[in-house]
Write a protein that binds this ligand. Sequence first.
Ligand code: VGL
Length: 195
Amino acid sequence: MEKQKALLIVDVQNDFCPGGKLPVKKCQHVVGNFNKYIKEFKNKNLPIIATRDWHPKDSQHFEKFGGKWPPHCIQNTKGANFHPGLELPENVIIISEGIKPNEEGYSCFEGYDENQKKFNDVLKTIGIKELYIGGIATDYCVKIACLDSIKYGYKVYLLTDAIEGIEVNPGDVDKAIKEMEKAGVKKINFHNLNL
Ligand code: VGL
């Protein structure tokens, strides 16, 4: 049987959490709520996918090399690890983004699994049609993951209790959520999850 629904956990990595190199203000609720979603998806034997920023030291995404951001999520460093509280299952599918110096890696659709298979091909192989998306940061990678998933033809649910934004400018998160809704993304939370 095809597994049509998947959980997509976007960039819940140490560097995006308090104490990291490019932190949101809080992330415990994201981790705690994701653990509830993970349990549900696991119980239903549905796939769980976790994306991660996975940059080389000289990424052009970093200020020093012409980009916008301080260095973060550098390959094989503690900052790039998933948050230690996140209870990822053993069979989690890991998608790495921004792995080459000239790649920003905002979109999971530019990412690859451990066998260098492109994200969209991974979804197609499993038969996914619907994505349940949350993570960090609402106003960057989560927004782009949601908008691109719609563009690629997936039905998208935004997990509003498992997201947190950077808000470089105040109001960025609200703006991002409105943009996602306008594109067809449906907002849900754990209480109205219906797998
Ligand atoms: C992200 C800023 C820079 C994200 C990645 O994962 O949302 N944000 N790089």
